[in-house]
Design a protein around this ligand. Structure first.
Ligand code: AMP
Ligand code: MG
Length: 482
């Protein structure tokens, strides 16, 4: 019998070295009986990690932070944040650890991070733990987002810890191994600014520029260029959320990245019936993070980033504010451009088509008849108009709209590449999580197979295309911090 030697995994600690003020060396809790539930083979390959080894007992110990490669320094990251508009000066990784940075097969550094790895000095009243259901939920939705070509953190694995966690009842604990181009957040800059040490703020900005927006280093004002780059990447990201009907649910400044990746899948969900007021989160009573508010909330968060960056923009505060206001002014334009370009593609229209009245009228029809967002655009790619008409009560309205749209000679082939057949439907996600929590992983695997191939329609995946039964959809709520 041949024994495969353990592969050497090299985890750098660039963040911890550059920003010790924001990185608290810490170690994961020890879990006696970790059990791998799901592993992302394709992502492991991208990271140059051997999936077979990750499945071994030693590999699983790495995935829960119990086997740290030589030279690595796991840290809990410090950050602040505005949560539902209220500032908290000290949040940080209360149940997470940055194990370190892996260089992927394209030569890019990627954070390897654990969620649910035990208490840290940032835990406040929390237990530092995470539960199987919500960690699998993050796995499903983040991998679906990636397959939809939307920038996102990725999920490498979910490991059941064998340790029960007290929530409303006892629930099985889990650790999610997450991969991100970094975990720098708007809240990281708020924390650095609040230290009162401009050297820390400057080092954080330099680190972010080097890692995410290297072109900014050559600009006349590199920190202003960094801010402009974050404005641009977030405008594009939120436009993509809006185009697929994604509702993040908890767009606090600690949950908004500098890289432009979607992060922290908590109470998020995909909208079914089109309605800008759609909210799923049980704690979002005022609808602050409703579907239709997301662009404005992103802009609000970017204003908080600008405030944190002010001392780096100009010596004179008035001048710094003027520069920040001007840069932030680009958000609306960039968002509108990204959204219009995306809508043109969804409707199969050439880049120069004026779409304004056509799209406004469509959204009015979709909202009035509670039409399923995803089904509508996908059915629109079919030669037969009946499947689209079936979604509406106002038949004269949709018929008139279809006539106008067809007159523009839409390219349905293009539309099939941008309008997904499969998104993580809320009722199917819940079914898969309930089964997995009871030990049956098959529904989860089948769901993952559909949502990670969202444009590849197959007859045997029919059940993944239909919205939830009305009694489920009308009352569906998601929960935070679980
Ligand atoms: P989130 O809403 O998941 O983005 O988390 C907001 C803040 O609460 C972060 O600082 C988390 O680390 C912290 N947090 C969430 N859940 C827990 C938990 N179970 N134990 C400790 N801290 C937590
Ligand atoms: Mg968070």
């Amino acid at each position: 019998m041949s024994i495969t030697p353990p592969p050497t995994i090299s985890l750098d600690s660039r963040f911890a070295r550059a920003l010790p003020e924001l990185a608290l060396p810490w170690q994961a809790e020890r879990f006696p009986a970790p059990d791998l539930l799901v592993l992302n083979d394709a992502l492991a390959a991208d990271l140059g990690l051997d999936a077979a080894w990750l499945r071994s007992p030693e590999g699983v110990r790495l995935l829960v932070g119990d086997r740290i490669p030589d030279g690595a320094t796991p840290v809990a990251q410090a950050y602040a944040g505005h949560q539902f508009g209220h500032y908290s000066p000290r949040l940080g990784d209360g149940r997470a650890l940055l194990l370190g940075e892996v260089v992927d097969t394209d030569g890019r550094p990627r954070d390897l991070h654990l969620k649910g790895s035990g208490r840290t000095p940032f835990s406040r009243g929390g237990d530092g733990l995470a539960v199987v259901g919500p960690m699998l939920r993050e796995y499903i939705i983040s991998e679906a987002m990636h397959a939809l070509n939307i920038p996102t953190t990725r999920s490498l694995a979910v490991v059941a810890t064998g340790h029960p966690v007290r929530r409303e009842t006892l629930a099985p604990g889990a650790v999610l191994a997450r991969v991100a181009s970094s975990h720098l957040r708007v809240g990281s800059f708020q924390y650095a600014r609040a230290t009162g040490d401009i050297g820390v703020l400057r080092r954080l900005a330099d680190h972010a520029i080097a890692r995410h927006h290297p072109a900014a280093a050559d600009a006349g004002l590199p920190c202003l260029a960094l801010f402009e780059a974050v404005v641009a990447t977030q405008a594009s990201l939120v436009a993509q959320w809006m185009l697929v009907g994604f509702v993040h649910g908890v767009m606090n400044t600690d949950n908004m990245t500098i890289s432009g990746e979607t992060i922290d899948y908590g109470p998020c969900a995909f909208m079914e019936a089109f309605d800008p007021a759609t909210v799923f989160s049980s704690i979002d009573h005022a609808g602050r993070y409703a579907y239709g508010h997301q662009p404005a909330m992103a802009e609000w968060n970017l204003a908080r980033l600008a405030e944190a960056l002010l001392p780096l923009l100009a010596e004179d505060e008035e001048q710094a504010i003027a520069l920040a206001v001007e840069a932030l002014g680009a958000f609306r334009r960039r968002y509108d451009d990204a959204w219009s370009a995306g809508m043109r593609a969804k409707l199969g229209l050439p880049a120069d088509t004026a779409i304004s009245p056509l799209v406004d009228d469509l959204l009015t029809l979709l909202q009035a008849d509670h039409v399923d967002h995803t089904s509508f655009y996908r059915r629109l790619t079919l030669a037969d108009t009946e499947p689209v008409r079936e979604l509406f009560l106002d038949l004269p309205g949709i018929d008139a709209w279809l006539t106008r749209w067809r007159a523009l000679a839409p390219d349905t082939e293009l539309m099939r590449r941008v309008n997904p057949a499969y998104i993580p439907r809320n009722h199917l996600v819940e079914q898969a999580l309930a089964a997995a929590t009871d030990g049956d992983l098959e529904p989860l695997e089948r769901l993952l197979d559909a949502v990670t191939n969202p444009y590849d329609e197959r007859p045997d995946r029919e059940r993944y295309t239909t919205p939830a039964p009305t009694d489920f959809g009308a009352t569906y709520q998601t929960f935070c911090g679980t």
